[in-house]
Structures are given as structure tokens and as C-alpha cells.
Design a binder for this molecule. Structure first.
Ligand code: UDH
Ligand code: MN
Length: 352
């Protein structure tokens, strides 16, 4: 006979049993990997637009680094790791990037610092990176921008499986700003630390919003910041080469680096473009659908006013390229500071 009371009792015991089972499974899981709970706080809480989350991607990564299997450990000590795949497997595509949230350096260190080595260095744990990339950031008095940049760029560069280091080149004092000279200094100084083969020169306020935009050099100098929100995602000109651009060590040496004589805002990127063409190279760009960026909103900085002389100088690249550049670079290093997120090199650029 159908009895409601019996039925209720049966349902309650089934529920109790399944709750007990779930709890047991969870306890076994926690005991099995004690590291799990420690890993959570270090994962950057970024949001992505695709169905796969950065959280998921980073967790895969954390899993690999935190619990290396025996074969991985043996390979690390005996023979070199296999090259990383041409297409990094953990890329997620479009990213949600926002600059409204205040990010302190301390917080960013907690969120993305756990997988880095002192000086903002990283290399993929289970394969040999295809390129050794020095990321050079010209800098003065933009610490809020730097915090956002570090928060977003580190996870992207990690997922891109690069062997990389971040060098923030800080112009000391309040003389006229010289973005190009800071780039040359970054090239020189980073090479003293490691045999980098590729140099990514990036403004501190440009954050990619798609991680398929690889910070990797190619056969010709490469321009990555193709579509920026500030300019309605439209490239200003076919010869634009500012923002974020990459050159191999050989390509940069071939053009004698940037000119050192572009004080104040404007022209140094066009001059570099001219140098590239002058030395028989061309530039390449990723697809505009992928090479999308957000620029952190800002006004004009003090001591970086538009310099009309710079536009004139871009007409004289051919005259200057042999004598003005890496081979005429002079500066004084005032301080080198290693943070877990970056290497800060403060320099006196000898402003006029
Ligand atoms: N930079 C600094 N500090 C400065 C000046 C420049 O860190 O005081 C660096 C920084 O990496 C920056 C880059 O140099 O991203 C290029 O300078 P910028 O961002 O000023 O150049 P952009 O072309 O801006 O983005 C031009 C001035 C915008 C005025 C907007 C008025 N609506
Ligand atoms: Mn800017």
C-alpha cells in the first residue's frame, strides 16, 4: 500500500546518504591535494568574454607548476624541454579589461606575482619558449597605469608561453621626456641580464583585449597596437608604428635603434618606421580583429608637450640613422630596483 509517511522517510534517508557521500568526496579531494586551497588567492580574478575563463586557464597552469609529475622533474634536470607549441594552448581570446577598479601594487603582487621570479621574469614550466622577450616600458609618474598594465599583461604573457622579463625604464628628474631614448636604454640594459632575442616596446597605458595577439617577433618588425579604443579601433595610418611594437635583436641593431634626439611628444615612432624602411625591411601587423587595445584615459603629461621640431626631424631619418641611435646612446643609471612584477631602471637621460 502507498504510505506517505514511509515515502517521506525514504526520501530523507536518500538525501542524508547523498549529502554524506558528497562531503566524503570533498574531504578526500582536499586531502589528496593540500596545495589546492593555497593556490586560489594567487589566481588573477580576470574576466573573459569567451566561454573559457582566465581563471580556468590559470588554474590549469597553476596545476602544472604546483604539482609537477615525476617525468617533468626528470626532464628539467636531464634533457632540455620540448619547444612550446606554435599556438599556445591556454589562450582564451577576447578579454574583459577595465580600469575603474583601483589596483594597488601590493594587490597585483598577490594576484599575479606567485608564478613570477624577481624582476618580473617568467618562463613556461613545461616547454622551451619559442622566444626570449624583453618587454620595455618607458615610464615617468604613471604608477596607476603601471599597476593596471602589470595586472593584465602578466597573465597574458604567461599564457602566451613566453620566456620574458618586464623592464620599466623610469626617466629620472623632470626634464623633457624622451620615450625613444628610454627604449634604447631598455634594450641595452635588459641585454646585460639575459640573452633576449626579441624586444617588445610598449606604452604603459596600452592593454591588449585579446590574448591571441602574440608578443612575439617575426621576420619583419611588428606593430601590435593596431586597433585602439581611443581611436575607435581604427589605425591612424599605414605607417603607424607607435604604441606597442616588436623588433628582434638583429632588426633593432640593423636600424641603430631609435633616435635619441626626439625630446617631448611626437615623431620618434615615425622616425623608427622610416629607419626600418631605409634598411630594406617592412612592417607586419596582426589582424585588426585581434590586435585590439584599450588605452587608459589620460591627459598630456607635464614636460612631454608636443615638440614641433620632432615632425621636422622625421624628414631627416636617412641623414641621422648612422650617427644617432644605439651607437651614440649616453645616459646614467641612477638605480636598479627588482620587484617581483618588474625590474625598474631609473635613468638620467641628460635632457637639454
Ligand atoms: N610616458 C610616461 N610619463 C610621461 C610621459 C609619457 O610614462 O610623463 C610614457 C608612457 O609609457 C606613455 C608613453 O610614454 O604611455 C607615451 O606617452 P603618451 O601616453 O602621453 O602618448 P599618447 O600618444 O598621448 O597616448 C598623447 C597625449 C594625449 C593628450 C590627450 C588630450 N585629450
Ligand atoms: Mn597614451
Amino acid at each position: 500500500m502507498f504510505n506517505i509517511r514511509d515515502m517521506k522517510e525514504k526520501i530523507s534517508s536518500v538525501l542524508a546518504l547523498s549529502a554524506l557521500f558528497t562531503l566524503t568526496c570533498f574531504a578526500v579531494f582536499l586531502l589528496h591535494d593540500k596545495d589546492t586551497s593555497l593556490v586560489f588567492p594567487s589566481v588573477p580574478q580576470q574576466v573573459v568574454k569567451s566561454n573559457r575563463s582566465v581563471f580556468g586557464a590559470m588554474m590549469d597552469h597553476v596545476w602544472v607548476t604546483k604539482t609537477p609529475d615525476v617525468s617533468m622533474e626528470t626532464t628539467a634536470t636531464s634533457e632540455p624541454l620540448d619547444p612550446c607549441p606554435d599556438t599556445p594552448p591556454s589562450l582564451v581570446g577576447p578579454l574583459l579589461v577595465e580600469f575603474e577598479t583601483k589596483r594597488s601594487l601590493e594587490l597585483v603582487r598577490k594576484q599575479v606575482g606567485s608564478l613570477l621570479q624577481q624582476g618580473g621574469r617568467y618562463r613556461p614550466p613545461n616547454c622551451t619558449a619559442r622566444q626570449k622577450v624583453a618587454v620595455i616600458v618607458p615610464f615617468r609618474n604613471r604608477s596607476q597605469h603601471l599597476n593596471h598594465w602589470l595586472y593584465y599583461l602578466h597573465p597574458v604573457l604567461m599564457r602566451q608561453q613566453l620566456d620574458y622579463g618586464v623592464y620599466v625604464i623610469n626617466q629620472d628628474g623632470d626634464g623633457a621626456f624622451n620615450r625613444a631614448k628610454l627604449m634604447n636604454i631598455g634594450f641595452n640594459e635588459s641585454l646585460k641580464e639575459y640573452d633576449y632575442d626579441c624586444f617588445a616596446f610598449s606604452d604603459v597605458d596600452l592593454v591588449p583585449i585579446d590574448d591571441r595577439n602574440l608578443y612575439r617577433c617575426s621576420d619583419h618588425p611588428r606593430h601590435l597596437s593596431v586597433a585602439i579604443d581611443k581611436f575607435n579601433y581604427i589605425l591612424s595610418s599605414k605607417t603607424a608604428f607607435g604604441g606597442v611594437s616588436l623588433l628582434t635583436q638583429q632588426q633593432f641593431l640593423k636600424v641603430n635603434g631609435f633616435s635619441n634626439t626626439f625630446w617631448g611628444w611626437g615623431g620618434e615612432d615615425d622616425d623608427l618606421y622610416n629607419r626600418i624602411i631605409h634598411r630594406g625591411m617592412s612592417i607586419t601587423r596582426p589582424d585588426a580583429q585581434i590586435a585590439k587595445y584599450k588605452m587608459i584615459k589620460h591627459g598630456r603629461d607635464l614636460h612631454n608637450e608636443v615638440n614641433p621640431e620632432n615632425a621636422v626631424k622625421t624628414q631627416k631619418t636617412a641623414e641621422n640613422i648612422d650617427t644617432d641611435g644605439l651607437n651614440s646612446l649616453n645616459f646614467t643609471v641612477k638605480e636598479i630596483m627588482k620587484d617581483v612584477l618588474y625590474t625598474l631602471i631609473s635613468v638620467d637621460v641628460r635632457s637639454p
